[in-house]
Design a protein around this ligand. Structure first.
Ligand SMILES: [Zn+2]
Length: 314
């Protein structure tokens, strides 16, 4: 890379010099011409002066072009990769349709259905209408989501309820949850409750299963605690770990990398400007309780303030 930078600097320097030289030559020629107006005898001198200056300028221009030539050679040397060795003109012989299919799929993925259809027809390959319809549906859903309208996505998820459940997806449940939260956000509690009643029941089995796994353990530990006269003191936390299946885990757990403590409502995870996340208490400690004094992230060299940190929801 250094050789390219050096050549470029040479070109830039020569270009500046040439511009200055051209300007001063032109100024000198104009001055000579003006002088000739008063003294016709000086014309012969003017001619030879002009010729000399033109020759000098032309030499400088040649020199400048040579420098540009060297610069482009330096670039070619660095970036020219010979692909001849890996290129096999016969690789797709007799299999052109594979290439055409890839192109059709590319157009479909871009949402350019008319182009895909026309290309397929001209290339003489089949165009799958079903696939087209699926992608078209997806584009409509995406467009609606961009406008914060989840109704189309929800409609799709409800139609595909069975396969979503089979694959262990929580997509439909999450969409219902979003819609429900939409009502809550608007303060329309009545509609929120009605919506929850109507739509959440179908997902209850899975969630009840979690409760039924946890309950016996909690009963056991509470009787043990009673016997030993210890209290369940930690709020917002269970006294034992409930062994859940991976499919039953809904909330990720945040553990502060500094204090190794689990995040809670009162000590939530906070993300600093650099993207690293630590607990709110660690943040206060690092910033020495000040909102605006700068401190260094414990995991990277980026400086920030406590005021710039944002809460992260898991
Ligand atoms: Zn960091």
């Amino acid at each position: 890379m250094n050789s390219i930078t050096e050549s470029f600097e040479k070109v830039a320097k020569k270009q500046r010099l040439l511009a200055i030289e051209t300007d001063s030559c032109l100024d000198a020629m104009i001055a000579n011409l003006n002088a000739c107006q008063d003294n016709p005898q000086a014309v012969a001198q003017l001619l030879s002066n002009t010729k000399a200056m033109a020759a000098k300028l032309s030499d400088s221009a040649k020199d400048f072009h040579n420098t540009i030539g060297k610069y482009s050679k330096a670039i070619e040397k660095k970036f020219k990769t010979d692909l001849d060795g890996i290129w096999d003109p016969k690789a797709l012989e007799g299999k052109e349709y594979v290439l055409y299919q890839i192109l059709v799929m590319h157009f479909v993925r871009e949402g350019r259905f008319d182009l895909a259809k026309m290309f397929a027809r001209e290339a003489g390959i089949d165009f799958e209408e079903g696939l087209h319809a699926q992608f078209e549906g997806m584009f409509h859903i995406q467009e609606a989501l961009r406008n914060e309208d989840i109704s189309l996505a929800l409609e799709w998820a409800m139609v595909h309820h069975k396969s979503l459940v089979e694959s262990g997806s929580t997509f439909e449940f999450n969409l219902h949850k979003l819609k429900y939260l939409g009502y809550v956000r608007k303060g329309d509690i009545k509609s929120a409750l009605a919506y929850a009643k109507q739509n959440f029941a179908q997902f209850a089995t899975k969630h009840i299963k979690v409760g039924s796994t946890a309950l016996p353990m909690i009963m056991k530990i509470s009787s043990l605690m009673k016997d030993k006269a210890v209290e369940w003191s930690q709020s917002g936390e269970l006294p034992v770990t409930i062994p859940l299946l991976d499919t039953q885990k809904y909330h990720s757990v945040f553990v502060c990398p500094v204090t190794k403590e689990q995040g809670t409502e009162t000590n939530p995870p906070m993300m600093m400007v650099c993207g690293h996340v630590i607990s709110s208490e660690s943040l206060t400690r690092l910033s020495k309780g000040s909102l605006n004094s700068r401190f260094k992230c414990p995991y990277c060299p980026v400086d920030s303030t406590a005021a710039q940190a944002v809460r992260v929801f898991f």
